[in-house]
Design a binder for this molecule. Structure first.
Ligand code: SF4
Length: 706
């Protein structure tokens, strides 16, 4: 396929918002934004956010110069101050006294260099990422099921399926172009059925043939029930299981014990028996089934179990690694997947290597790293807890806003206030972190940056610049490399371009691999500057044997080729960690709206995007609102054990009785009194460390109180 890189009028790049990873043609300095008709993620489509990218490119609110202690400084001075403080903190208190908190907004090259500096040279694994908040439960689930963090399928599977099960995913709003592809399939293929599993009747529910508004947190019970139903109705693929899998006898027995019948499942999930029966029958009868999930599954104190409960039913039926079928996680951020490739989570090692001596020695040798971290570091919530307790002495936050996005955000703010040395590198000037920062470093933004991102289907795409760097802003990879130079690690960080970093990343993926690790992009090593500039979207693995990439993983043949077997897990359903009480009788579910992205630093710049949802709101069922005297459009005050927030009430039958929904976008710059994460407990999945952002007990009352 021939794809444009730079035409006379447009630059081919990739959207910086969600994990769909749409190709964008940017022309006239961003005044013209179109979908790239040749990009295999979107084939020319864009959603409302992608179409409005041109509105968000002004230099208002850009951080343009380095600052030290609140005054403008030169790069040399700022870099030296950062290096000196990190060196002193590591020297005086040990390497685990320093930390990086990074972002799925970083490009893979930025991520790679930050991870190499922290884990390879500073000697701590205390680098974690805001991707922890959206998909780390899936990483844990994949590792348990396959031994590696690998998404088995691709977007085309959604266009080849006869049944699509969407679990905890408002795909219509959060992965809109993928949803457009599903909607198109539904138009042309009337046989396609969609089951939407979500306590809320979202925009996605409007296209569903069956809506399962289950009790929050009861997903494992629902999928255990399905596994048991498949066994009872003789729909298991024992040939696949015997050839490729372990653990299925225990998983089946646990499913039988915990979800013995449709009435038992329906009662536990708060669903009608007939709806559960319909879902199970459709799944049993439809070979080409894709189950796609997102934050509604991941953001839970049992998120990794929920992921494995979904993967269990696909393994049990052999519906994986083949066209039109498979378990499919939808990543939230544009480069959550790229961060996973480079080991950007505190419990990961670069290039999908593992925490064993063989792999760590291989990495130490490749990086020539003198101080390679030998054990996992602190995950996001633990990291800010350590900051609060004074165990972190120097913290560098890159391209993210933990004061808004982390649970118990008031406690996070207090921890940041007391941070002995805080570096913030960001493209934005006025952010929630700015008042706490000792050093601020101006980073490039979308349209200026140059590198790669990887989307939900493992597809690596280029982000290419079409705007000049403003002020003294620099790429993140350059900033990190320069700090490394000031720390005395010059040779290992003497990168001159993102192409050089990508080349090292690609070579590392093949280093000592021999085909055993699925993450292998050694086929993209040695591209050179021109080859990198011309790189076309491609799905990993990309090797000498698969130079054009790989659409699917984990067919029976694939398990055999990698010398692996899958694992089914015996999973006991668990309720959310905190139950509703007399004091906090409703369960808060946090999420996203169609036209905003994360903490709105970019989307709030677009008037047309702000028109869709202009202010923070809380959705309540009439059965909950009426006894409280709350009417549609009234101001309400939400409170929990951790904080409070104000919002405009939306009273709607689409909200499950007993629950309340509130979006997470509004930041301290826009709505200081509406920080939804000030309400959320810092409860996490013990395996993945992902917070339970979908089930926080709260009270709601009119504001001001009657
Ligand atoms: Fe961008 Fe996602 Fe919309 Fe595609 S679907 S245009 S990647 S926000």
């Amino acid at each position: 396929m021939t794809t444009l890189i730079h035409s006379q009028t447009h630059v081919c790049t990739t959207c910086p918002y969600c994990g769909v990873g749409c190709g964008v043609l940017a022309g006239d300095g961003g005044a013209s934004i179109q979908g790239d008709p040749q990009h295999p993620s979107n084939f020319g489509r864009l959603c409302s956010k992608g179409s409005a990218l041109g509105d968000t490119l002004a230099l208002e609110n850009r951080l343009l110069y380095p600052e030290v202690a609140g005054r403008r400084a030169g790069w040399d001075e700022a870099l030296e101050v950062v290096a000196a403080h990190f060196a002193a903190a590591a020297h005086d208190h040990g390497p685990d006294a320093v930390a990086f908190y990074v972002s799925g907004q970083l490009l893979t090259e930025d991520y790679y260099v930050a991870n190499k500096l922290m884990k390879g040279y500073l000697g701590s694994a205390n680098i974690d990422t805001n991707s922890r908040l959206c998909m780390s439960s899936t990483v844990a689930g994949h590792k348990r099921a396959f031994g590696f963090d690998t998404v088995p399928g691709c977007y085309e599977d959604l266009e080849q399926a006869d049944l699509i099960v969407l679990a905890g995913s408002n795909t219509a709003w959060c992965h809109p172009v993928l949803f457009q592809r599903i909607a198109q399939r539904k138009k042309t293929h009337p046989k396609l059925r969609i089951v939407n599993i979500d306590p809320r009747a979202t925009a996605t529910a409007e296209s569903a043939d069956l809506q399962l508004a289950l009790q929050p947190g009861s997903d494992v019970l629902l999928f255990n029930g399905l596994l048991n139903y498949l066994r009872q109705h003789d729909r298991l693929d024992f040939r696949f299981l015997e050839q490729c899998a372990e653990g299925y006898a225990d998983a089946l027995e646990m499913a039988r014990q915990t979800a013995p019948s449709i009435p038992a499942v329906a009662a536990g999930c708060g669903l009608a028996e007939s709806d559960v029966a319909t879902f199970y029958r459709w799944f049993a009868d439809t070979e080409k089934t894709v189950t796609a999930w997102s934050q509604g599954v991941n953001q839970s104190s049992s998120g990794s179990d929920k992921v494995n409960a979904i993967i269990n039913v696909h393994l049990a039926t052999g519906r994986i690694g083949k066209p039109g079928m498979g378990p499919f996680s939808l990543t939230g951020q544009p480069n959550a997947m790229g961060g996973r490739e480079v080991g950007g989570l505190a419990n990961q090692v670069a290039a999908h290597l593992d925490w064993n001596d063989r792999d760590l020695n291989l990495l130490a040798d490749f990086w020539q790293a003198p101080n390679l971290a030998r054990r996992p570091g602190l995950k996001a919530v633990e990291l800010f807890q350590a900051l609060k307790e004074g165990r972190i002495k120097a913290l560098w936050v890159m391209a993210t806003n933990p004061a808004v996005s982390l649970p118990d955000s008031n406690a996070v703010r207090r921890a940041l206030e007391n941070c002995p040395f805080l570096v913030v590198s960001d493209c934005c000037d006025a952010t929630d972190l700015a008042p706490y920062a000792h050093v601020r470093l101006p980073a490039l933004a979308w349209g200026e940056k140059n590198g790669t991102v990887t989307n939900s289907e493992r597809r690596i795409s280029r982000q290419r610049p079409f705007l000049p760097a403003p002020g003294e802003a620099q790429p993140d990879w350059w900033i990190v490399s320069q700090v490394a130079q000031h720390l005395g690690f010059g040779d290992a960080f003497a990168y001159r371009s993102p192409a050089e970093i990508f080349d090292e990343h690609a070579r590392l993926s093949g280093h000592g691999n021999g085909g055993s690790r699925p993450f292998d992009i050694s086929g993209l090593a040695g591209l050179g500057e021109d080859g990198y500039d011309a790189l076309q979207p491609v799905q990993w693995p990309v090797t000498a044997q698969a130079p054009n990439g790989t659409a699917r993983l984990w067919s029976a043949e694939d398990f055999a080729a990698h010398g692996r077997r899958a694992n089914l897990l015996a999973l006991a359903p668990k309720p959310p960690a905190e139950a509703a009480s007399a004091e906090y009788p409703l369960i808060l579910n946090t999420g996203r709206v169609r036209d905003h992205w994360h903490t709105m630093s970019r989307t709030a710049l677009s008037p047309r995007l702000c028109r869709h949802q202009g202010e923070p709101y809380a959705e309540l069922n009439p059965a909950d609102a009426e006894p409280l005297g709350i009417t549609d459009g009234a101001l309400v005050r939400l409170s929990s054990r951790h904080g409070m927030a104000l919002a405009r009430a939306k009273v709607t039958g689409g909200q499950r009785p007993g629950s309340v929904f509130m979006p997470m976008h509004w930041n301290g710059q826009h709505a200081r009194q509406a920080l939804v994460n000030s309400l959320v407990s810092p409860v996490v999945d013990p395996l993945s460390g992902e917070p339970e952002s979908k089930a926080a007990p709260v009270a709601v009352q009119s504001f001001p109180a009657a």
